[in-house]
Design a binder for this molecule. Structure first.
Ligand code: ACO
Length: 379
C-alpha cells in the first residue's frame, strides 16, 4: 500500500455520520443538535443541554422538571463507590479515580447487562447525576475534608460547587462553571468519544465504553491539556501582585524560549480547527469575568502573553482547555481535578454517541499495513 494511503491518526478520515453535533472548521462553529453552542451557553442550564444531547430537542418545562427531579435523585455518592474511592491512594491521579468509579458504577448497576435504549438512557443519566459527587469528594478527601451531601434546592452547577467547597458559590461563579460544562459537553468524533464508539461497536456495555473514554481523555494531547495549561502558568510563576503588563512580558519570554526549544505547549492547537477553536471566545469571556470577580489581572497578563507569542511565532490559536484551566484555578479547584471536570461534562456527549452508535452499529475494525520482519521460521 502506498504510504500516502495510510491515514496516520485517522487525520481527515470520515468514518460515520453523527446527528449529535456539527464541528465546522471553516467557519469555526459548533452546533449541538443544530443549536450554536454559544447560544446554549448564554441561555441554557447544563441540565437542558444534557437533555438536548440525549433527546435531540430542548426540554419543555414539564420535561425539564421531570428530568431535573431524576438527576437530583441520582446525586448522592453510592456508599460502595465511596468505599472504593477511599481505598485508592491520594497519590493516584483523580482521572484514575473517575475511571475506577465509572467502572464500579457499571458493575453495580441494576440494568448492567441490559443494552436497550431505555436502559442505556437510565445509565447515562445515573452517571451524569453521580459523577459530580465523585469529583467533589475526591478533591475533598485529598484535602482531608469530609464528604458534603448534595443539595436538592440547587441546580447542577451550583450543587457541584457546593459539594466541592462546602459553601454556596455566588451567581457569577455558578454561571461561569455552567458555561464551562456546556462547552465541554460534546465535540463530535474526538479521541475519547471515538474510543467510546469503538468499544460500543463490539456490543460491549455503556459503562465499559465510558470507562475507556475516560482513559482516552486523560492524555495531555486531549483533556489532560487543561491541567497542563495550569502547569505552564505555574512554571512561569503566578505572582498575584504583579501588573498585567509585567506578567505578559514574562509569559512572552517563556513562550519564545519554549518554542525555540521545540516544546509543544498544551492548550494550543487543534486537530480540526486550524483558525481557532469555536468554543474559546465564550470560555474566554467567562474567564475574564472570573479574573474581574477574583481581582487577578496578572492571570490575564500570563494568558495574553502566551497567546500573543504563540500566534506571532507559529500562528497557532488556543483551544478550549486554555481559558478553562485558569478559570477552574480561580474557582478553587486543584489542578489535577480539571480533567475530571471535563469528564463530568463529557459524559453527556459520550453517552449520546454510544446510543447513536448502537442505532446503526458496525464493528469498528480498521486495517494496517505490516512493516515487521519478513516471514521466518523457528530454528
Ligand atoms: N505547541 C507547539 N507547537 C504545536 C502545537 C502546540 N500546542 N500544536 C501544534 N503544533 C505544531 C506541531 O509541532 C507541528 O509543527 P511542525 O509541522 O513544525 O512539526 C504542527 O503544529 C502540526 O501539529 P500536529 O501535532 O501535527 O497537529 P495535530 O493536528 O496532529 O495535533 C493537537 C493537534 C494534538 C491538539 C496538537 O495541536 C497538540 O498537541 N496541542 C497541545 C495539546 C492540547 O492542547 N490538546 C487539547 C486539544 S482540545 C481538547 O481536548 C478540548
Amino acid at each position: 500500500m502506498a504510504e500516502e494511503e495510510i491515514k496516520k491518526g485517522l487525520a481527515g478520515v470520515v468514518v460515520d455520520y453523527t446527528a449529535v453535533s456539527k464541528v465546522n472548521s471553516d467557519t469555526n462553529s459548533l452546533l449541538y443538535r443544530g443549536y450554536p453552542v454559544q447560544e446554549l451557553a448564554a441561555r441554557c442550564s447544563f441540565e437542558e443541554v444534557a437533555y438536548l444531547l440525549w433527546n435531540g430537542e430542548l426540554p419543555t418545562t414539564e420535561e425539564l422538571a421531570a428530568f431535573t427531579a431524576r438527576e437530583r435523585a441520582g446525586r448522592p455518592l453510592d456508599p460502595v463507590v465511596k468505599q472504593v474511592i477511599d481505598v485508592l491512594p491520594v497519590t493516584a491521579h483523580p482521572m484514575d479515580v473517575c475511571r475506577t468509579a465509572a467502572s464500579v458504577m457499571g458493575a453495580r448497576h441494576e440494568l448492567a447487562e441490559d443494552s436497550s435504549r431505555e436502559a442505556n438512557m437510565a445509565k447515562a443519566v445515573d452517571l451524569f447525576a453521580a459523577m459530580p459527587a465523585v469529583v467533589a469528594y475526591d478533591q475533598r478527601r485529598r484535602r482531608g475534608q469530609a464528604l458534603v451531601e448534595p443539595r436538592n434546592d440547587l441546580g447542577y452547577s451550583a450543587n457541584f460547587l457546593w459539594m466541592t467547597f462546602g459553601e454556596e458559590s455566588v451567581p457569577e461563579v455558578v454561571e461561569a462553571f455552567n458555561v464551562s460544562m456546556i462547552l465541554y459537553a460534546e465535540h463530535s468524533f474526538n479521541a475519547s468519544t471515538f474510543a467510546g464508539r469503538v468499544i460500543t461497536s463490539t456490543l460491549s456495555d455503556l459503562h465499559s465504553a465510558v470507562t475507556g473514554a475516560i482513559g482516552a481523555l486523560k492524555g495531555p494531547l486531549h483533556g489532560g491539556a487543561n491541567e497542563a495549561v495550569m502547569h505552564t502558568f505555574d512554571e512561569i510563576g503566578i505572582r498575584p501582585e504583579e501588573s498585567l503588563e509585567d506578567a505578559a512580558a514574562r509569559a512572552r519570554a517563556w513562550m519564545e524560549h519554549a518554542l525555540a526549544n521545540k516544546k509543544k505547549v498544551m492548550g494550543f492547537g487543534h486537530r480540526v480547527y486550524k483558525h481557532g477553536d469555536s468554543r474559546v471566545p465564550t470560555m474566554k469571556a467567562a474567564l475574564d469575568k472570573m479574573i474581574a470577580h477574583y481581582g487577578r489581572p496578572e492571570l490575564l497578563g500570563l494568558y495574553n502573553g502566551l497567546e500573543a507569542a504563540m500566534d506571532e511565532a507559529k500562528g497557532i490559536k488556543p483551544n478550549l482547555d486554555y481559558p478553562a484551566g485558569p478559570t477552574y484555578h480561580l474557582m478553587g479547584f486543584d489542578t489535577q481535578m480539571f480533567t475530571p471536570l471535563f469528564v463530568a461534562s463529557r459524559i453527556t456527549g459520550w453517552t449520546a454517541h454510544i446510543m447513536e452508535q448502537l442505532e446503526s452499529n458496525s464493528l469498528i475494525r480498521p486495517l494496517s499495513t505490516y512493516n515487521g520482519a519478513e516471514e521466518r521460521h523457528v530454528p
